[in-house]
Design a protein. Structure first.
Length: 141
């Protein structure tokens, strides 16, 4: 495994994600507090209600996109930290090595395919209530 190549891939991804996030932040006023009226509602003075609703919907989509980009950035930063610590490519659940093919396809992978599948299955069962246990659906994995 070429650690420097992986590091460069992660750094490039970090730069790409940061640029996207910052572009979204610049293009949209994500600070709603300035737009609030005294009753805590978005001010619609000089706006048609449909325009205000459309703007709020677009803002919600942008906030969601920024949050997703920030989560992806955190994954990249975690992978870079693991490279520095010498723990990159080790499954967080099983302690096994994550295959190089998986890391090449997904440099921020935290789990082997098998362990990732188990986690996704657990989440799916919790959402449908088919866990067979008394675990609350809000219990984190």
């Amino acid at each position: 495994m070429d650690i420097e190549k992986i590091r460069q891939t992660l750094i490039s991804e970090e730069e790409r994600l940061t640029t996207m996030r910052d572009g979204l932040r610049e293009g949209t006023d994500l600070d709603v507090s300035e737009q609030m009226d005294s009753g805590g509602e978005l001010s619609t003075v000089d706006n048609h209600p449909a325009d205000a609703a459309s703007e709020e919907t677009q803002r919600a989509v942008t906030v969601s996109m920024v949050e997703q980009l920030e989560a992806e950035l955190q994954d990249v930063e975690d992978a870079l930290r693991k490279l520095d610590e010498g723990t990159y490519g080790i499954c967080e659940a099983s302690g096994e090595k994550i295959p190089e093919e998986r890391l090449e396809a997904m440099p921020t992978a935290r789990f082997t395919v098998e362990e990732q599948g188990k986690r996704e299955q657990e989440v799916g069962m919790r959402r449908t209530g088919n866990t067979g246990t008394t675990t609350d659906a809000t219990t984190p994995i």
